[in-house]
Design a protein around this ligand. Sequence first.
Ligand code: NAD
Length: 371
Amino acid sequence: MSISENRRDFIKKMGVGSLALPLISARKSTSETPKYEGKKLGIALVGLGYYATQKILPGVDASPYWELRGIVTGSPSKIPEYKKKYNLKDQNILNYENYDELKNCPDIDVVYVCLPNGMHAEYTIRAAKAGKHVITEKPMANNVEECEAMVKACAENKVKLGVGYRCHFEPFNLEAMRYGREKTFGEISFINSMFGWRAGNPDMWRLDGKLAGGGPLMDVGIYSINAARYVKNAEPISVSAQFGPVTRPEYFDEVEESVSWHMEFADGTVFTGYTSYGTNIEVLDCRGDKGWFRMSPAFSYGPLKGDTSNGPMEMPVVHHQTYQMNGMGPMFLSDKPLPDHISGEEGLKDLKIMMAIYESAKAGGKKIMLS
Ligand code: NAD
């Protein structure tokens, strides 16, 4: 089974099992398209893998703000399908070697980097130097230094740098942010979040330390960290972490199989987290002094589901990437800087926390203070 099939299978199991279907159809669903007939943003997809073609591209197609005008691929056999369907100009079809020719592609305003994590920094910086705005997938890069170099290159070349944090446009997660902001359940003082999936392909790049930067923490644990920060609307002040046991050494000789961690916030809030490539799990559980809310599934493509001490979360089930592209369209059309929450600086904050988690786990659980 390929990585994509494996992830799809997990996502199906988490959210769209046969038992779940009647519930889903009973819930509110929306595909509302904003009314917009102005200038479209030309976008180029960098990498034509699973996430780019199966998730982001349908979002681009469904959003009135965007138009696919370019592709960057190392597989010539993939070109004819996209060239024909999107009427792409030859000059806007690039590969990893001639990528810098982006500077001669005036139709392309934004590139969307959907490559393995360890390639995000290089392809973001080269795009910035070619004068293109960038959206890069999460995690923003493999380490803090790469993130800082990306932020610097985009600033120097006066282009915007966004991170594909789709949950920031998704109704359940937006509602979780609102609960935190408006203290609907009082001050949240305990958060538990777990996100993991069982890997079934020992050849996937996600197990390669150089391409992935780390294991499940970099791939999906990042959602739990990002969620803790957006529910609390604050930054953790310390972390401590422990790696779980390696049960499949043939998979996990370069990246962790699982890691659990603890974060503290200045107001005394405690967060416990777990991420794994061995266990299918996906929860965000937040407890306050006036009640609680719990989402499960919380972060995958959905349908997401949530309950609270006041009753079920009645949020619309949406196509996340369409909402993301609809949300990001006006942000990239505007002359203003991107909002902080989807910016490169936001991606960098998550990376700093993940690196501290690795540092702590490597040191056997030592408490690391975050500056
Ligand atoms: P994928 O393996 O399906 O696609 C990766 C693409 O990169 C392929 O087109 C591949 O040909 C290309 N590539 C170029 N050089 C490569 C190399 N040396 N090794 C491997 N591939 C190479 O992966 P994906 O699942 O599409 O993930 C791509 C990015 O998107 C990752 O950063 C991942 O974290 C992110 N992602 C985000 C979400 C989300 O929900 N936001 C979901 C899935 C993936």
